[in-house]
Each structure stands twice: as structure tokens, then as C-alpha cells.
Design a protein around this ligand. Sequence first.
Ligand code: PLP
Length: 415
Amino acid sequence: DPELSAADPEIFALIEQEDARQRDSLRLIASENYVSKAVLAATGSSLTNKYAEGYPGKRYYEGMDFVDPIESLAVARARELFGADHANVQPYSGSPANLAALLALCQTGDTIMGLALPAGGHLTHGWKVSATGIYYKAVQYGVRRDDHRIDMDEVRSLALANRPKLIWVGHSAYPRQLDFAGFAAIAREVGAYLAADIAHIAGLVAGGAHPSPVPHADVITTTTHKTLRGPRGGLILSKAEHAAAIDKAVFPGLQGGPHCHTTAAKAVAFREALQPSFRDYAHQIVANARGLAEALLARGHALVSGGTDNHLLLLDLTPTGQGGRHVARVLNRCGIELNANAIPFDPRKPFDPSGLRIGLAAITSRGVQTHHMPAVADLIADAIALAIENADDARCEAHRGRVREFLRAFPAPGL
Ligand code: PLP
């Protein structure tokens, strides 16, 4: 943008470099994606100038002629996309969406349950350093030691023993399908609300590549920027009976004015996700993840739970004797971007855990297909080998060249 380059050459240059970095690296961070130019355009629009506290038809400011229909379109599209009774498109991001769900359905001090962070859960599901673990009495469930799957018997016995007001089902780093019906049965048995946080898998749910929690959960929260491929933001879906409480919790309970530019970009992303091509995209993500899992296993690597049903894998570095942080850093120098991640029952510290989290949503947006997965696995496994050897800059730079060469056939959307 010539205006930005003239007004602020420093920021302009840094954004240009970030564009190039996103074009030239193999982006495998499981919570990231490439949005379309249309989503970027809505995000960078005049709507960033607008205040709109309240909801369409009930605002505290004037000048809502165009902001109201934009938010109404976003709501209608979100409801259609997920088949939900109610949608609130105002949450600033996933964490505020989760706080709003708790504010709507619980009192502080109530007992809540969620998947523990080290087992793949999210901070906001009651982890001790999160407001959700400070203001609520949080009980955390885990995964089984033998197969790394959520243990529904444990969930049920913890629920029966603790009688939570609300149970979270959802994850940030769990490679298997979630049994929403099973969670709903447990929640019903103990009189708890069921809240599904589909931040990671929202695009898979929207595209029919993962079962939907909509028939089972009271409230569903999500981010809009991961597999759903929209702007950074949050979304809450709910059954009709919770609509008023959710809206009141988001505004005025937790937030002030909604970010109208983000609302418009969410509407654009929901429209994209309603197209038949998005179903293909969602299924391709899962096929790519399965293909990459097979290829990495064939290269001798270990995977948490032995594979994947969704968009992510957790590679267990324990057999290599390496810590996740060192390997993730070397991979970054090699042009492969991912994050070190705890594995279940991790013997290492959270800041330098034993795993690597690998997500397929972003490279699938570039058009990478299942038959490319052996090549992607080679790029990853060869870079891990460089980390094990403590390779010098020249070898990492050569690997970076290989990554760039591979990506040449797959233009990055939006950039
Ligand atoms: N819920 C889950 C399951 C997540 O993975 C994340 C993102 O990391 C969030 C909530 C929080 O989203 P945000 O980072 O937008 O606050």
C-alpha cells in the first residue's frame, strides 16, 4: 500500500517482510491459516472507524445504517453455516468468547470441568493461571496413558463426584475426534451445561469433516481465525433458550463496542465457508493430516495417539532425545514454522516440552494435496535430523531453500 509506505516506512517494511516470511515458509502452526484477499479487505475497511455498542436495532450510537445489516448478515450466515439457533458474532477473540459463556451460565465459585492444558486442553477451560481457573472451581480431566484418548469413564466419574455447573469439551492440541454425544449424556446425567469450544476444528465442523456439537451442546464457542479461515475473532453459537443470556454476557457483561471491521470480515469468511469448495477444503485438511501422519510414522517418528482424525498431529520427540524448543527453533531456521507442545504425561517442563504440534490448515489453503505429504514429511524429518546434529547455519539455509522450492507450486492466498 503506497499510503502506508509513505506514512510509516518502518511498519510498511516490517509488514512486507512478514508477507514474504508467510509466503516462503512452511506454516504448520495448528491455529493459523491464510485468509482470502476478501477477508483482508473487509478487515482493513472504514468499519474500523465505527462504534456500535449494542446489537442490530438496539444500539447506543447513531450512524448504524450499514453496520446493522453487516452484523445481521454475519449472524445469519453463522447460524446457517452451523445450523445453530443463535449466533453472537461480537466476541473479540476465543478467550473472551469463553469468558462470556461462563458469565452467561455460571456464578463465580461454581465448579466447571475441562480438558487439562497438558493433555491438550485450552487455558480458558479452567487451567489454574487463567481467570477461568481463578474465578471458578476447576476440575480437569485428562487422556488415557495407553492410547492418549479422552477417557469418557474418567469424565463421567469426575462429573458424578464434583457435580459441575458446566463441562467444557474442546481442545488446542488433541488429534482425535471429540465424542460430543457422549459428553452431552454425561452433562445431562449430572445436570451440567455442556459448552463445546470448537476453536481449532470449526472449519472442519462447518465443512462436515468433523461431527458437529450443535445438536448436543448448550453453547458453542470458537475462534474464527483457525481452520475456519476468517479474521482474528470469536463467535458464540447457542440454543435459543440461552440467546438472551449470551448476548447480555458479551455486551454489556464483558465487552464494549464490537469491532465492526472484524464483524464484516467474519461475514465474508462465513460466506466463503458456505460454498461447496469449503467442504472440499475441510476434507482435504483431514486427508492431508492422515497422509502426513502415515509418512512421518514411515520415517520412524512417534505420534501422540498414533495418528490423527483432525487437522493436527502431535509428534513425540522422546525417542530422538531432543527437547521441543531446540527442535522448533532449528525448524524455524530451516523455513518450517510450528510450535513446541506438551505431550500427555510429558516428563519435560512446559517451556521446553517433548512434542511438536503440526497443523495442516494453512498449507492446505495453499493447495497442498495428500500425494504431497511424503515430501512434506521429508522436509520435516530432515529438518529434525538437522536439529539432532546441531547443524550450522549454512545447512539450515540450504534446507530453507528446499522448502521455498517446494512451496513455489503453491501460491499463498491473500498475499
Ligand atoms: N479455545 C481454544 C480451544 C483455543 O485453541 C484457543 C486459541 O488458542 C482459544 C480458545 C483462544 O482463542 P484466542 O487466542 O483468540 O483468545
